[in-house]
Write a protein of this length. Structure first.
Length: 104
């Protein structure tokens, strides 16, 4: 796999995780306005299902392509991509904290 793609995919994956997390955070922030006050069993069920689904989506974005590469005997590239994705997610997280501090 070319070095450009090894660097491009982690950025795309990290941005995908960021966008997905922003969407879920928006739903959670506006949940009462959208769904009303939850007064029964199904509110916590929906929240936990969203939590499990979020683990699936972010897991696929972070680990999907590295696992694919690993299974195709591109082990060095798989590890590189995973580490680059972790670094990109770390940078996105730091940026989110900085924005939060600035807007506070």
């Amino acid at each position: 796999m070319k070095n450009k793609k090894i660097l491009l995919w982690p950025l795309v994956n990290a941005l995908g995780v960021f966008i997905y997390v922003m969407a879920v955070a928006w739903v959670l922030t506006n949940g009462e306005r959208i769904f009303g006050q939850m007064q029964n069993f199904w509110g916590p069920v929906a929240f936990l299902l969203l939590f499990v689904f979020s683990a699936l989506v972010t897991g696929l974005l972070v680990f999907g392509r590295p696992v694919y590469l690993w299974l195709n005997n591109l082990k060095k590239e798989a590890v590189e991509m995973l580490l680059c994705t972790a670094a990109a997610l770390c940078i996105v997280t730091v940026i989110a904290f900085v924005i939060n501090i600035i807007l506070k």
